[in-house]
Design a binder for this molecule. Structure first.
Ligand code: PMV
Length: 334
């Protein structure tokens, strides 16, 4: 099925046009989340989602290796021993069966700790492959290819605020791709609260499938998501920070409620997560405009406006806090 999609997207034969090619793709943090696949092989989501790309991400270099039996995958200067998932994805692009890739990737955020490192990783890989093979593909096609690696990666091929519409084509999923929103809001900041950089205990693919199969809250989640997503886009268009913050926080808490109601329960939060959640709520009671979101890991992400950066940094001075910007959607990545 994936091969059929490739035939439609990449019409020419695959032969490298460069000895090596490099690309950068940003980490994206969902403001209204994707959680659940209506089609698992193609990563087709039940619902649309919207995200903010950060100024941090992954830089990935693609070349051929002279190795004769396997790809060589190096992440943050370490050779990856288990890379079945990446190699299966690379299977789609091999010029011939005994062609092996050398992939060197540097990630600016901790890998597999709920900081969307896989999204930026797969997006950077697709952008680098586009150059390596001289495909000259545009956004929708690149987004579809990135989605085949990891769902949320389809949003990481753009800067700024990005909408991934779920699409209706369940067979090939060619209408399920992300597009940039025509919004610039440089005053909106996102703080990554690094309480742990360790690998998450359950990968998002397994966790999503488990929720869809066992969580009694899952149907309600799918129903609420489309409205959350369009309201979030509207709050971004209006630059209504309070409305945005409320939606973002409620959406993340609903996703975690779905996880916690699954059987057996999935609990990504740890004691630090809960401490931080209470701290954010208390700061808000005291008048600071600050909201949070959380993905498939214990780390919290804070949402606030530039004018409050100093107050936020002070309130979290006992944490490792990385304050991130979003870059203009006019910033081209391909
Ligand atoms: O694309 P995946 O399989 O890494 O899943 C992403 C899931 C969340 O980060 C929790 C939500 C999202 O929309 O990014």
């Amino acid at each position: 099925m994936a091969l059929e999609i490739l035939k439609k997207i990449i019409k020419k034969a695959y032969e490298p046009v460069l000895a090596e090619a490099e690309a950068f793709a940003p980490v994206n943090i969902a403001l209204s989340k994707y959680w659940g696949k209506r089609q698992a092989t193609l990563n087709l989501p039940y619902n649309s989602s919207v995200s903010m790309s950060l100024d941090l991400g992954a830089k990935t270099k693609v070349s051929a290796t002279s190795a004769t039996s396997a790809d060589l995958i190096i992440i943050n200067n370490k050779v990856l021993e288990k890379h079945q998932k990446i190699s299966q994805f690379l299977d789609l692009f091999r010029p011939h069966a005994d062609f092996y890739f050398k992939i060197e990737s540097q990630s600016e955020v901790p890998v597999a700790a709920g900081f969307a490192s896989s999204a930026s990783g797969y997006a950077a890989l697709v952008l680098a492959l586009n150059r390596f093979f001289g495909w000259h593909l545009e956004g929708p096609a690149l987004s579809v290819l990135a989605r085949l690696g990891s769902g949320s990666a389809c949003r990481s091929i753009y800067s700024g605020f990005v909408l991934w519409e779920r699409g209706r084509d369940d067979e090939l999923g060619l209408d399920s791709f992300a597009k940039p929103l025509n919004i610039d809001w440089p005053e909106l900041k996102l703080g990554l609260c690094i309480s742990t950089a360790s690998e998450k205990y359950l990968d998002s693919r397994t966790a999503m499938q488990h929720c869809a199969a066992t969580s009694p809250l899952f149907p309600g989640w799918v129903q609420a998501c489309e409205t959350d997503c369009s309201n979030t886009v509207q709050a971004l268009l209006n630059k209504d920070f309070e409305q945005l913050g409320r939606l973002v926080e409620a959406n993340a808490l609903m996703m975690h409620a779905v996880m916690q109601a699954s059987r057996p329960a999935i609990i990504y939060s740890d004691a630090n997560t809960l401490n931080l959640i209470h701290r954010v709520r208390k700061l808000r009671e005291e008048g600071l405009q600050i909201y949070f979101t959380q993905d498939a890991g214990p780390n919290l992400k804070l949402l606030f406006l530039e004018q409050d950066t100093q107050a936020v940094t002070k309130a979290f001075n006992d944490w490792k806090l990385i304050v991130c910007k979003n870059q203009s959607h006019k910033n081209p990545l391909f």
